[in-house]
Design a protein around this ligand. Structure first.
Ligand code: CP
Ligand code: NVA
Length: 313
């Protein structure tokens, strides 16, 4: 079992933006090492005796299973805290929840709507808070994504990733991630669905240190031209169910299909954070095709989240 550097112990993991390029690179390295240990059946109980609480205000398959199984594989325990069951759902404040849970747990993963709730939880908790997705950001996803891209493409610095679709939480975090590792990120989205201007500006400021280019276009064909990785996500995120039908019309040009892929680099890989709406933002042919790495990407959530927990908790 490799010795872990203690420098991130006690830190919250709320956005990749909060970490230095060196810290993100280290996290990715630890993820890759932990993956090797797991594949070789070598125990790696970095968190023996520790407990993670997992608050989910939205649905989840990958994030929940990755954190819960990851915690067991690290020698600790994980508790699933549904809003239907805990008092937060009945109006107990985030502050009080944070103060109480800090007395019993060693870390909290939270998935919720309003990003400010995660910041509020982190403000009052004395244990690390991990952002398992908000309407604004999805940082644990992007650590797994960058691990996946590095596995398939080698060095991240200098690669170009094209994100096609809604300028959403995943797009935002890809901008932050690309900025920290020197990977160029171009987002193609319909007018009115561009990424948040503040996030883009912050990511562009971060990118000065690594030379990553980050930009937004309207034309998906222009974005994928020469891209090394093509990424898409659902057009209507969790919480936008009432907009789904309208968005399907607005995003028709933004489907990742064989025709669009023919414009990307020949050896381009295809990513999707999942869950996918097959036949909408991505076709079956592309998702099940030879360029797709979406299931490697899903698996890497496990290894990446173990690294995040092992380093911060
Ligand atoms: N990609 C992702 O976060 O999946 P879940 O919503 O299933 O956790
Ligand atoms: N943008 C999607 C990602 C799901 C993992 C959502 O927020 O629903």
């Amino acid at each position: 079992m490799m010795e872990l550097n203690n420098s991130l112990r006690g830190r919250d993991f709320i956005s990749i933006h909060d970490f230095t390029p060196e810290e993100i690179t280290y996290m990715l390295q630890v993820g890759a090492e932990i993956k090797k240990l797991q594949k070789r059946g070598i125990p790696h109980h970095y968190l023996a005796g520790k407990t993670l609480g997992m608050i989910f205000q939205k649905a989840s398959t990958r994030t929940r299973v990755a954190f819960e199984v990851g915690m067991y594989q690290l020698g600790g325990n994980a508790l699933f805290l549904s809003p239907r069951d805990i008092q937060l759902g009945r109006g107990e404040t985030i502050k009080d929840t944070a103060l109480v849970l800090s007395r019993m747990l060693d870390g909290i993963m939270i998935r919720t709507f309003d990003h400010d709730e995660v910041l509020e939880l982190a403000k009052w908790a004395s244990i690390p808070i991990i952002n398992g997705l908000t309407d604004l950001l999805h940082p644990t996803q992007v650590i797994g994504d960058m691990m996946t891209i590095a596995e398939h493409k080698g060095e991240l610095k200098g690669l170009t990733l094209a994100f096609i679709g809604d300028g959403n939480n995943v797009a935002h975090e890809l901008l932050f991630g690309g900025a920290k590792v020197g990977m160029n990120v171009v987002i193609a989205c319909p007018p009115g669905f561009e990424p948040d201007a503040t996030v883009l500006a912050q990511a562009q400021a971060d990118a000065k240190a690594t030379g990553a280019k980050l930009w937004v276009v309207e034309d998906p064909a222009e974005a994928v031209k020469g891209a090394d990785a093509v990424y898409t996500d659902v057009w209507a995120s969790m919480g936008q169910e009432d907009q789904a039908a309208e968005k399907e019309q607005q995003f028709l040009r933004y489907q990742v299909n064989a025709q669009l892929m023919s414009l990307a680099a020949k050896d381009a890989i295809v990513l999707h954070c999942l869950p996918a709406k097959r036949g909408k933002e991505i076709t079956d042919q592309v998702m099940d095709g030879p360029q797709s790495v979406v299931f490697d990407e899903a698996e890497n959530r496990l290894h990446a989240h173990k690294a995040i927990m092992a380093l911060t908790m």
